[in-house]
Design a binder for this molecule. Structure first.
Ligand code: ADP
Ligand code: ADP
Length: 237
């Protein structure tokens, strides 16, 4: 299988402080990869290097090679806005914009200049359906996204990412701010997404990793200490 995204010898420094000590990890198409490990082990830092979110932090230096479809994402010609459409991100805290569900979902498409109302309507429906939040929102598309529950807001955020048709979706503890029922609904949604998408998910929950991921990567002190098929990682004590 050819991986969609590859990373080789990724080192990242916050100022003088080396937070990632040479990480090699590949992400296969239509697979869910879980990044696990203790707090402070570098999971979020690594995840944020995959869509260049770390570029926003002053004094960050990153070395190594990260490629999407064989193209170096840190090459000088890379358009970071375009990159972040291909490499979408969902955060721990649901963060819909303070406007309607509809406007949230079409945000990326509008930025790209899309004005075809029919296409936008269709993409809104498709994306909300894929994020399993269509039934709850279809009669309230013009209500504020903030009027929905935390779990629904997170699924609206997932729909917002899906609407621009990313190649890979990065999720940073997407369920840890939610109650158990909302969490398990989001897990089901993530499992269904892998038919079409590729997912990298940071989680502190071993249970979640073993339930939804195909591959698990274990971080410790800024190093990737173990990786492999999830069933093998969780069988070996
Ligand atoms: P995890 O996601 O596994 O909890 P992080 O990637 O958040 O780990 O953190 C890894 C290390 O990098 C920690 O020592 C943390 O304090 C440090 N770190 C994370 N973000 C920053 C930042 N913006 N500036 C400086 N150090 C940071
Ligand atoms: P998490 O473990 O959920 O990633 P943290 O509490 O480690 O969250 O970090 C929250 C935010 O603070 C992140 O944006 C991270 O980059 C930043 N951060 C973490 N450690 C440091 C640090 N040592 N110096 C500056 N910013 C940091």
């Amino acid at each position: 299988m050819t991986p969609l995204l590859t990373s080789e010898n990724v080192r990242l420094y916050y100022g003088e402080n080396e937070a990632l000590h040479g990480v090699d990890l590949d992400f296969d198409k239509n697979q869910i990869t879980a990044l696990i490990g203790p707090s402070g082990s570098g999971k979020s830092t690594y995840l944020r290097s995959l869509n260049r979110m770390n570029d926003l932090i002053p004094d960050v230096t990153i070395t190594g090679t990260i490629k999407l479809d064989g193209d170096d994402i840190y090459a000088p010609r890379v358009d970071v806005v375009e990159l972040r459409k291909k490499v979408g991100m969902v955060f721990q805290q649901p963060n819909p914009f303070p406007f309607s569900v509809y406007e949230n979902v079409i945000y990326g498409l509008k930025l790209a200049g899309e004005k075809d109302r029919q296409l936008l309507d269709q993409r809104v429906e498709e994306s909300l359906k894929s994020a399993a939040v269509w039934e709850e929102t279809k009669d309230h598309l013009h209500d504020s996204a903030l009027s929905f529950s935390g779990g629904q807001q997170q699924r609206i955020c997932i729909a917002r990412v899906l609407a621009v048709k990313p190649e890979i979706i990065l999720m940073d503890e997407p369920t840890s701010a939610l109650d158990p029922i909302s969490s398990s609904k989001i897990e089901d949604t993530i499992l269904a997404l892998k038919k079409v998408y590729t997912v990298a998910i940071v989680t502190h929950s071993m249970h979640q990793a073993s339930r939804i991921s195909d591959k698990t990567a274990f971080f410790l002190d800024g190093k990737l200490v173990e990786q492999g098929p999830t069933e093998k990682i969780f069988l070996n004590p």
